[in-house]
Design a protein around this ligand. Structure first.
Ligand SMILES: NC(=O)c1ccc[n+]([C@@H]2O[C@H](COP(=O)([O-])OP(=O)(O)OC[C@H]3O[C@@H](n4cnc5c(N)ncnc54)[C@H](O)[C@@H]3O)[C@@H](O)[C@H]2O)c1
Length: 358
């Protein structure tokens, strides 16, 4: 089976490791393209079995096979042209997050995937099918929380900006024309992939939103730095049943306020609190007994053969092979992206934005 990696940077190294874990089921062949010779050389040093190219077009210029997969692991401003090239080469394409730069690109890419009868996937599925979150989904769907009316989804870090505190060599993260945005486009893809998976909305309304760019003494002055570090929004997730759930959303990669995280679902009969990410494996379920709040504590570690970081590759591989898979492709991948775009639109216009699932 052939995997074509576009980009030899940080994330495609993670993806290469995930691909080699498929080996055993398949004979794996990896090709990688990057115009940066240093990136390509260090990639080849770490994975000597790969074939390297300086030009992605040249790499894709061979007869496609039915199960070929291209992985686009480059900065966001290149996602649309490179994913288009990959789909038009006749290959299923898994693109890194954020899927694209804007609404127009998202809609155009979906049409290209359909026209070429290939799947377009997004890597934002990393935190799906995780046991602790599956348990929360079970609780949510069991009715034991009563009428679910609100979710607090708050992740506030004080200093965690890619391009500054993390991966300072990849300054493109700070430039909106290259990265599509700041914390909304960096972590929002995971957040909204999860929320949409849990709530299965028929529409998402961003009732209000704001963004801010907190400043620090080490903000770079020699490069474009125009992305937000802090965002907040109130959203209404309308479900097919007619019920709606309000989501209070907040994310910060930079704030001078207190760091904290809370993901908590509240219903008329109980509440559940957990972290879908790395912070803790605890799932806290709260309910009432004789007028007092009681807390049921459960720790559900992730003990699978593969880790979170392997999910995007493994899920997409399963989907391409026609197996049961939580991979997010085509319309759903675009809907997840448009939730992020809608936050920016609501923040810019100071008007509500409603996004309906087609
Ligand atoms: N770094 C992470 O931890 C991480 C995690 C999840 C997702 N991502 C996402 O992965 C994508 C890439 O991020 P990264 O951290 O790997 O960036 P990076 O800066 O480490 O690497 C990007 C690579 O893409 C190459 N590139 C640029 N244009 C190209 C082209 N036309 N053809 C081939 N290669 C090209 C660059 O030369 C560079 O080597 C981004 O969308 C990012 O949001 C990154």
């Amino acid at each position: 089976m052939r995997f074509y990696l576009i980009g030899a940077g940080v994330i495609n190294r993670t993806h290469a490791e995930a691909i080699y874990k498929i080996e055993g089921e398949e004979v794996i062949e990896i090709k990688v393209a990057d115009p940066n010779p240093a990136a390509l050389a260090s990639f080849a040093e770490r994975f000597p079995q790969v074939t390297t190219f300086t030009d992605a077009k040249e790499m894709l210029n061979e007869e496609p096979r039915e199960d070929d997969i291209v992985i686009v692991g480059t900065p966001p401003f290149t996602h649309f042209p490179l994913s288009r090239m990959a789909l038009e080469s006749g290959r299923h394409t898994l693109c890194e997050k954020p899927l694209v730069m804007n609404r127009e690109e998202a809609e155009a890419l979906l049409e290209i995937a359909k026209a070429n009868n290939r799947m377009l996937g997004c890597c934002s599925v990393r935190f799906l099918q995780v046991p602790k979150t599956d348990e929360v989904k079970r609780i949510l769907n069991s009715g034991e929380l009563g009428d679910v009316y609100k979710i607090s989804f708050v992740f506030r870090g004080q200093r965690g900006r890619p391009g500054i505190e993390h991966q300072p060599e990849s300054r493109w993260f700070l430039d909106k024309s290259k990265a599509a945005g700041g914390i909304v486009m960096d972590w929002g893809p995971y957040d909204f992939t999860l929320l949409n998976d849990m709530l299965q909305p028929v529409s998402v309304e961003v009732a209000s939103a704001w963004t801010a760019k907190p400043e620090t003494d080490i903000d770079p002055k020699d490069v474009v730095y125009d992305i937000e570090g802090h965002v907040g929004a109130m959203l209404k997730f309308q479900q097919a049943s007619g019920k709606s759930v309000w989501v209070q959303y907040e994310r910060a990669s930079c704030t001078h306020g207190e760091p904290y995280y809370t993901v908590e679902i509240e219903g008329t009969k109980g509440a559940v609190k957990w972290s879908p990410y790395f912070e803790t494996d605890q799932v806290l379920v709260k309910s009432d007994k004789n007028g007092e709040v009681i807390t049921n504590e459960n720790t559900i570690p992730y003990e699978g053969q593969i880790g979170y970081m392997d999910h995007p590759i493994h899920f997409f591989y399963q989907k391409v092979k026609g197996q049961q898979s939580p991979a997010v492709v085509n319309e759903q991948a675009v809907f997840n992206f448009l939730c992020l775009q809608s936050i920016y639109d609501a923040a810019a216009s100071q008007q509500a934005v409603v996004l309906r699932r087609k």
